[in-house]
Design a protein around this ligand. Structure first.
Ligand code: NAP
Length: 525
C-alpha cells in the first residue's frame, strides 16, 4: 500500500502545507519515505468546518447505524493486513507480536462500543411524567438523556500507535457518542496514522456517514494541535500523552473565550505497595513479576510501576537481592523515538544524582541506537517525603524502591502521593485486614487499585477505570479505556413538555428501542 503523506480533510486528501517531515526508524535512526505534509491553518480550519457541518447529521444517526460504522472501521483495519503491522514496526520498533495484539485490542474496542450502541441504555434516559393536578403547581413532563457534545479534537500517544492513536479508544468513544472527530496524528508514526485514517474514511463512505465525520491532520509543531484546541467549533478534547503536553492543552482550553473540557490522560508512576505478609511469603515471585512488569515494552507504558514501597526488614533485603538478579538480567530494547530515549536517559541521570538515592542494578547494556536499559534504584521513605521530584514518571524501564522504617511512615508516604492511574498492593489476607487504613488512603489516589497483580495490561471492558486524580489526568471523573469513556463526549439534555413524536426514540412513551430507562424513579425496560 503506497503512502501519500497527506492530510484527510474529511474524505478529501490534501497536501497544501509547505512544511514536510519523514517518519524515522528508531532502531537505525534512518528516515522513512514518504514526506508527510504538515497541515496548513487553512486545512485545519476546513477540517473543523466540515466536522461542524457533519455533526448535525452524524449525531442523529441511531445506535445501529453508528455500530455498523464502528464495526466497518474494525473490518477495514484488518483489511490493511501486514502492511499496517510492517509500517508500524518500522516507525516504532515495537515487535510484530506486540503490534498484532494491539491491533486485536483496537478492533475489539471498536466492537465493544458497537455492542454498547446496539444495546442502547448507555444514554441514561430518565423520564418524569407530568402531574397536571399537582398542588400548588402542576408538574411538567421532563425527560433527559445524554447527547453528543459536538466536534471533538483528539491527540494520540506515541507508545500505543494503534490502541491510543487514530482509531484508538478516544476516537472510538467519541464516534460512539455521536461526535465528529478531528485527529492530530502523532509525528512518531505518521505512516501508521495514514493507513488507519484511510480505513476510517473507507468506513465513512461504505456506511454513508457524512463527509467530515472524521478528519486527520499531521503536524510536528505544536501549532497544529493548538489550532484544533482553540477552534471555536471544537467542544471537547481527548488527549493521551505526556504531562507536559496534556497540561499545555488543558491550560489553552480553559483560556479560550468559550472554555471546553479536556480529558487528558497523562503519565503516572503507578506505586506498588508490598506488605509484610506477602513479602515474607512471595518475595522471589514478586521480585520477578515486578522486573517483568517494569521492563515490559521497554517500560513505555503509562501503567509502568515506577515506585515500590515496602517496610524495612530482613525480608526486604532478600527481596532486593532477588530484584537485583532480575534487573541485571533484563535485556535492553529499542525505545519508541530518540526524543523518548533522551528523556529517559536524562531522567535516569537526574534520579541517580539525587541525594539519598542509590543505584541498585543496571540491566544489560543499551548502547545500540535507540535502546533503553533497565534500572533499579532505592531510597528511604524519609527522603521520599522530603523530596518533591521522586514521584515523577520516568518514562522507560526503571523503578525506585522506597523503604519505610515503620507502618506509620508507610502511611505518611501514601498520604503524600499525588494522583496516579493505578496503585497495586501485594498482600496476604491478614495484611489486608491489618492495612485497611492504607487502602482507604489509596482509594483517593488512583483510578484503579490492584491486589496481587501488576498494573501493566489494561483490560478493555465495561468496568475498567483508566484515569485517576490529577496529575494522572485532568479530569478524574471518567476513564479513557472501556465503555465508560463515552461519557466524556456527551452532555445531558432535558426535554420539557415535548410532544411524543418530537422526542428522540430513547425517550418516547412506548420505548421503541427497548432500552433500560428510569421512569418516575423506577428502573424499567
Ligand atoms: P506527547 O509527547 O505528549 O505527545 C502526545 C501528542 O500531544 C502528540 O501528538 C504531540 O504532538 C501533542 N503535544 C505534546 N505537547 C503539546 C503541546 N504543548 N501543544 C500541543 N500539542 C502537544 O506524549 P508521547 O510521547 O506520545 O507519549 C508518552 C507519554 O504518554 C508518557 O508520559 C506516557 O505515560 C503517556 N501515556 C499515557 C497514557 C494514559 O492512558 N494515561 C497512555 C499512553 C501514554 P507533537 O509530537 O507534534 O508535539
Amino acid at each position: 500500500m503506497e503512502l501519500k503523506g497527506v492530510n484527510f480533510i474529511g474524505n478529501e486528501l490534501s497536501a497544501d502545507g509547505k512544511e514536510t517531515f519523514k517518519g524515522v526508524d528508531p532502531a537505525t535512526d534512518k528516515k522513512l519515505l514518504p514526506d508527510f505534509h504538515e497541515a496548513s491553518s487553512h486545512e485545519i480550519d476546513e477540517a473543523i468546518n466540515k466536522a461542524e457541518l457533519a455533526f448535525t447529521e452524524y449525531s442523529k444517526k441511531n445506535g445501529k447505524e453508528k455500530a455498523l460504522f464502528l464495526e466497518t472501521i474494525a473490518e477495514e483495519i484488518l483489511v490493511l493486513g501486514d502492511d499496517l503491522l510492517e509500517r508500524c514496526n518500522k516507525e516504532t520498533g515495537l515487535p510484530h507480536s506486540r503490534l498484532t495484539g494491539e491491533r486485536g485490542r483496537t478492533v475489539n474496542q471498536l466492537k465493544l462500543f458497537a455492542e454498547l450502541l446496539k444495546e442502547g441504555s448507555w444514554v441514561e434516559a430518565r423520564i418524569e411524567t407530568a402531574i397536571h393536578d399537582r398542588q400548588p403547581l402542576p408538574k411538567p413532563d421532563i425527560r433527559s438523556m445524554y447527547k453528543a457534545i459536538g466536534p471533538v479534537g483528539i491527540f494520540g500517544a506515541s507508545n500505543f500507535p494503534l490502541a491510543f492513536s487514530v482509531a484508538g479508544g478516544d476516537t472510538a468513544s467519541a464516534l460512539a457518542a455521536g461526535c465528529t472527530v478531528i485527529f492530530k496524528a502523532h509525528p512518531a508514526h505518521p505512516g501508521t496514522c495514514e493507513l488507519v485514517a484511510s480505513a476510517i474514511i473507507k468506513a465513512v463512505q461504505k456506511t454513508n456517514m457524512p463527509d467530515g465525520t472524521f478528519s486527520m491532520v499531521h503536524g510536528r509543531s505544536t501549532d497544529v494541535g493548538m489550532a484544533i484546541v482553540n477552534h471555536p467549533f471544537i467542544k471537547a478534547v481527548g488527549f493521551t500523552g505526556s504531562y507536559k503536553g496534556g497540561k499545555a492543552i488543558y491550560d489553552a482550553a480553559v483560556k479560550r473565550p468559550e472554555p471546553v473540557p479536556v480529558y487528558a490522560e497523562m503519565g503516572s508512576s503507578n506505586p506498588v505497595f508490598i506488605l509484610p505478609g506477602a513479602l515474607k511469603e512471595r518475595k522471589e515471585e514478586i521480585a520477578k513479576g515486578l522486573a517483568a512488569s517494569v521492563t515490559l515494552g521497554v517500560g513505555q507504558f503509562c501503567t509502568n510501576p515506577g515506585l515500590v514501597f515496602l517496610e524495612e526488614s530482613k525480608e526486604t533485603k532478600e527481596f532486593q537481592k532477588y530484584a537485583v538478579e532480575n534487573f541485571v538480567n533484563a535485556d535492553a530494547g529499542t525505545m519508541l523515538t530518540s526524543g523518548i530515549q533522551n528523556a529517559y536517559q536524562n531522567g535516569i541521570k537526574s534520579i541517580a544524582g539525587k541525594q539519598g538515592v542509590q543505584l541498585l542494578a543496571e540491566g544489560k547494556t543499551g548502547n545500540a541506537v535507540g535502546e533503553g536499559r533497565a534500572y533499579l534504584f532505592q531510597t528511604n521513605a524519609d527522603n521520599f517525603l522530603n523530596n518533591e521530584n521522586l514521584e515523577e514518571e520516568i518514562f522507560g524501564p526503571s523503578t525506585l524502591t522506597v523503604k519505610a522504617k515503620s507502618k506509620s511512615e508507610l502511611l505518611k508516604a501514601a498520604h503524600k502521593l499525588h494522583g496516579h492511574l493505578t496503585i497495586t498492593l501485594h498482600a496476604t489476607k491478614e495484611d489486608l485486614e491489618n492495612y485497611k487504613d492504607l487502602i482507604s488512603i489509596l482509594e483517593r489516589k488512583a483510578g484503579r487499585l490492584i491486589i496481587n497483580g501488576f498494573p501493566t495490561g489494561v483490560e478493555v471492558c465495561h468496568s475498567m477505570v483508566h484515569g485517576g486524580p490529577f496529575p494522572a489526568t485532568t479530569d478524574s471523573r471518567t476513564s479513557s479505556v472501556g465503555t465508560l469513556a463515552i461519557n466524556r463526549f456527551v452532555r445531558p439534555v432535558s426535554y420539557q413538555n415535548f410532544p411524543d413524536e418530537l422526542l428522540p426514540d430513547e425517550l418516547k412513551n412506548d420505548n421503541p428501542l427497548g432500552i433500560w430507562r428510569m421512569v418516575n424513579g423506577e428502573r424499567k425496560r
